[in-house]
Design a protein around this ligand. Structure first.
Ligand SMILES: Nc1ncnc2c1ncn2[C@@H]1O[C@H](COP(=O)(O)OP(=O)(O)O)[C@@H](O)[C@H]1O
Ligand SMILES: [Mg+2]
Length: 209
């Protein structure tokens, strides 16, 4: 086989660029033009926006728990961190709403006759436990799925894998941390505290109420 110096490197760069385009394409339209570098805080949306922006710019690869009322900019911050993760290229970024993730699990089960189709969900606790690549996991609206025992179990398992394997985690919620404990305890008393501990340990918490 003829070896052409440089070809491999070019092919690899081209692949990297198409993966990057694909990952950036996952950003919802309304946040597509936003970046941490260009964002201008708006105190009318929430007085803490400026402080949060400074923290996120200083350490975009850290774990964040962003809670607060509607319209304070939580989802916007989440997607700007996602963009930063894509551009930083150090971690594999995956972003979901909790409902979207659970829907993906459900369709994987439906398609595989109640057995999980391994090709389907891209983000599972097993994937995170077995990956040699570090992930950056973005979970929007972690309180929005109805808290059944199944939901609490899936959320716990995922967060446990993220926590144990040092993946990045950014979550948003409309509930303060204490209410999030009650939310998941409603499903199963074993999970409320355990879930919220994994959300808050090694994480910076911002509450915008
Ligand atoms: N500083 C800002 N400048 C311009 N638009 C903003 C700003 N902060 C938030 N927004 C916009 O306000 C809307 C609500 O923000 P969003 O992040 O969806 O709120 P939340 O997730 O907290 O409910 C979005 O359209 C978002 O782009
Ligand atoms: Mg939101």
């Amino acid at each position: 086989m003829e070896v052409v110096p440089g070809r491999g490197a070019r092919a690899c760069e081209c692949l990297t660029s198409s993966i990057r385009q694909y990952l950036l394409g996952r950003i919802p339209e309304r946040f597509a033009g936003c970046s941490l570098a260009a964002f201008e805080p708006d105190a009318r949306r929430h007085p803490m926006q400026a402080e949060i922006l400074t923290a996120l710019r200083a350490d975009p690869g850290a774990n964040y728990f962003l809670s607060g009322s509607f319209g304070t900019g939580k989802t916007q911050f989440l997607w700007m961190l996602y963009r930063q993760a894509v551009e930083g290229r150090e971690r594999h970024p995956v972003a979901y709403t909790l409902i979207g993730l659970l829907n993906e699990y459900r369709s994987a089960f439906d398609n595989a006759d109640r057995r999980m189709d391994p090709a389907r969900p891209k983000l599972t606790a097993d994937v995170l436990r077995n990956s040699s690549t570090k992930y950056a996991v973005f979970l929007d609206d972690i309180d929005k799925a109805r808290p059944t025992e199944y939901v609490a179990e899936q959320v716990f398992d995922l967060l446990d894998a993220i926590y144990a394997h040092g993946h990045q985690l950014v979550v948003t919620t409309n509930l303060p941390a204490v209410e999030l404990i009650d939310h998941f305890e409603r499903a199963d008393e074993r999970y409320g505290g355990a879930i919220v501990r994994r959300l808050l340990t090694n994480s910076t918490k911002f509450e915008m109420f």
